[in-house]
Structures are given as structure tokens and as C-alpha cells.
Design a protein around this ligand. Structure first.
Ligand SMILES: N[C@@H](CCC(=O)N[C@@H](CS)C(=O)NCC(=O)O)C(=O)O
Length: 201
């Protein structure tokens, strides 16, 4: 059995979107939990087995997987025909894995540091700055509508997500702006939003 520990309007909402995109809503139970929000509201839920009280967390028959990118990898491997990830042996697989890991190792830290008004040569040396992130994404999208080419994938779902949360952080590049709009326009995103709205009540 698969259970997603989820808090609405949070990083775990991306996994709701993924589940919709993969057509596996009937295979993953959603377990709403409370979390400590960065504005000071909310609190960790004792029912959440995440070691830090965070979401998302996926429980697969007692195997716990945290970290958004790890959950994406896990689910797309478990359901390889979902169409959301190139399979091993597909030449696009390298780009797919690169984007997933690049997100957690570079993109999110760089954007959070910038949003917090922090800068340090070590940050730039390690994560680069938002303009460099945008340049890399823009280069990937210059000749194709999605990061991996002609088809939308979990890489698009993950990489566009900070720009969906913080539109003001979206680079001016029209190629990136159009891509973010295409990602946000997907029926799975609308389905995720209505599921989250129902949970908020
Ligand atoms: N790197 C983790 C971050 C998870 C994370 O920080 N989730 C937030 C929700 S947006 C959370 O659960 N915060 C609760 C807390 O900080 O205690 C991932 O991408 O899954």
C-alpha cells in the first residue's frame, strides 16, 4: 500500500500533481498532516513518521521515502509506464536524473538564499545565482517545449514549481515564462488545487 503524508499548499502538493499526472490516484492514499509553517503557524503532527516532521513523505508498505525528488524517482520507477519519466536506457534519462538532483542541490538553495536577501561567494560557487539557474533552464527550452524535449515530464513538474509559488521570481525570459504557464495550465495542477482546497475546507 502507498500512503502520501501531505499538507495542502506545501511542497507535497507537487506529489499530488504527480499522482494525478501518472493516473495513480486510486493507488496512493493521501494522509493529511499538519506541519510547522515558516510563518510560525501550524505544528508538527505526531502522526507523521517523517523524521523531521516534514512533508512530503511516502510510505510504501512500511518503507519510508522523504525528499520530493526521491519520491518522484520512486514513484516513476514503481509505475514505469506512467509516461512521466524516461525509462533506463532512454537517452533522455540522464537529463531527467540531472534535473531532479539539480533541483535539490542547486536550484532550491539558490532561490531561497536570494529570497532571503543572503549572498556569499560560497553560495555562488556552489549553487550559482538565480540568473544562472534561469540561463540553464532557458537553454534547455530554447528548442523544445519541455525540459526533456517534446514531452512533459516530472522534470518540468519539479523545476517549474518555485516559479509557480513565487511568480515574482520567474525570470523575464519569455521562453521560461511560457513554459511555466504551460506547466501551470495542466489539468493535473487544477486537480491538485481542488484536492488541496477540499483539505483546507
Ligand atoms: N527538501 C525537502 C523539503 C521538505 C520541506 O521542507 N517541506 C516543508 C513543507 S513546504 C515542511 O514540511 N516543513 C515543516 C517543517 O519545517 O517542520 C523536500 O523537497 O521534500
Amino acid at each position: 500500500m502507498l500512503t502520501l503524508y501531505h499538507a495542502p499548499n506545501s511542497r507535497s502538493s507537487r506529489i499530488l500533481t504527480l499522482i494525478e499526472e501518472m493516473g495513480i490516484t486510486d493507488q496512493v492514499a493521501i494522509r493529511p498532516v499538519t506541519i510547522c509553517r515558516f510563518d510560525g503557524s501550524g505544528c508538527a503532527d505526531p502522526a507523521n513518521p517523517h523524521p523531521e516532521g516534514k512533508v512530503p513523505l511516502l510510505d510504501h508498505d512500511g518503507t519510508l521515502i522523504s525528499e520530493t525528488a526521491a519520491i518522484i524517482l520512486y514513484l516513476t520507477a514503481l509505475f514505469p509506464d506512467s509516461g512521466m519519466a524516461p525509462k533506463p536506457g532512454d537517452p533522455r534519462r540522464g537529463d531527467y536524473l540531472t534535473w531532479l538532483f539539480w533541483y535539490g542541490a542547486n536550484m532550491e538553495p539558490a532561490l531561497i538564499a536570494a529570497r532571503s536577501g543572503l549572498s556569499h561567494p560560497m553560495f555562488t560557487a556552489t549553487w550559482r545565482e538565480p540568473a544562472a539557474l534561469a540561463a540553464r533552464i532557458g537553454t534547455a527550452l530554447r528548442h523544445s517545449p519541455w525540459l526533456l524535449g517534446d514531452g512533459y515530464s516530472a522534470a518540468d513538474l519539479l523545476i517549474h514549481s518555485p516559479y509557480a509559488w513565487f511568480p515574482e521570481a520567474t525570470p523575464e525570459d519569455p521562453v521560461i515564462r511560457d513554459w511555466v504557464a504551460r506547466c501551470m495550465d495542466r489539468p493535473a495542477v487544477a486537480a491538485m488545487k481542488s484536492r488541496d482546497a477540499a483539505l483546507i475546507g
